[in-house]
Design a protein. Structure first.
Length: 104
């Protein structure tokens, strides 16, 4: 019984040590609040377009993949580049009628 408890304790200790190492390593890159807010806006826009069938499923799928790329870029600390990617996503899933109405 004591032998099993010792094995489990050692395993949990190793798991904790690995997790702490991973957590400390992930602080090098951070997902900024600006990226998080823009990410949420884009996600809501994608959901809206999906519900209204304004944009094709393929375009929405491409938008989701681009959103993942923007997240990675932002996590790497290149926030300006990530914001440009987010802007491109918005333009790609916004029908021309919305854009022309905004310009007037």
């Amino acid at each position: 019984m004591h032998k099993n408890q010792l094995k489990h304790s050692v395993r949990w200790g190793l798991v904790c040590a690995c997790l702490c190492t991973m957590i400390n390593g992930t602080t090098a890159g951070s997902f900024t609040r600006g990226c998080a807010a823009r990410d949420l806006q884009i996600l809501m826009l994608i959901e809206e377009r999906e519900n209204t069938n304004t944009v094709s499923a393929e375009e929405l799928s491409d938008a989701m993949l681009s959103m993942l790329e923007a997240r990675i870029v932002c996590y790497q600390g290149r926030v300006v580049d990530a914001m440009a990617l987010y802007d491109n996503i918005t333009q790609s899933i916004t029908p021309d009628t919305f854009l022309s109405a905004r310009r007037k």
